[in-house]
Design a binder for this molecule. Sequence first.
Ligand SMILES: CCCCCCCCCC(=O)SCCNC(=O)CCNC(=O)[C@H](O)C(C)(C)COP(=O)(O)OP(=O)(O)OC[C@H]1O[C@@H](n2cnc3c(N)ncnc32)[C@H](O)[C@@H]1OP(=O)(O)O
Length: 157
Amino acid sequence: MTDIQLNMDGEPGWEPFDAPALVGASLRFVSGDRTGNRFRMRYFRNASGELVARVWFGPETEGPPGHAHGGSIAAVLDEVLGLAAWAAGYPIVVGNLNIHFRHLLPLQTVVQVDSEVVAAAGRKISVRGRIVLGDRIFAEADCLCITLPEEQRRQLG
Ligand SMILES: CCCCCCCCCC(=O)SCCNC(=O)CCNC(=O)[C@H](O)C(C)(C)COP(=O)(O)OP(=O)(O)OC[C@H]1O[C@@H](n2cnc3c(N)ncnc32)[C@H](O)[C@@H]1OP(=O)(O)O
């Protein structure tokens, strides 16, 4: 397997972001395995609080031959956009995730997930995101996150 570059060393202003330190170790499904053949990913945040992820879609995320399964793309967007809301200070779960799959995403490629918290109204936090490689947009998503009441948050641990 070729060298997998997930760092942002050449891009000043982005610091590694410790997702489990914020939301807990339960966040394993997408970002928990740093060596396997499903996803490998790293989170980064800048001084403005924007969150990005560098994600490698491994052979076990396959859907169409040689390309990522739509569900694997959805899983990545669910986690990254939900985490973007948490990183902005909102303890949420994802209520609605709407994805446009724009281009087939080739396996064993490192792509970037950009995110932006675009609105907060009461318990509803709107987050937008996209999966890109250079100018190529593979997927775009709108995510509605809902903050959890304190009691429900406590039950989650
Ligand atoms: C803890 C670690 C977190 C890790 C980081 C995040 C990354 C992972 C992200 C996820 O995968 S989270 C897991 C996937 N999501 C879920 O399983 C959520 C399951 N659904 C629920 O728990 C509840 O339906 C939910 C908390 C989202 C809402 O239920 P509530 O009873 O608390 O809220 P309610 O129904 O009163 O709705 C509150 C407002 O949100 C709106 N709303 C709720 N769900 C909606 C929805 N699905 N679509 C559109 N609007 C929605 C609702 O209309 C209302 O708007 P208004 O205040 O204007 O009336």
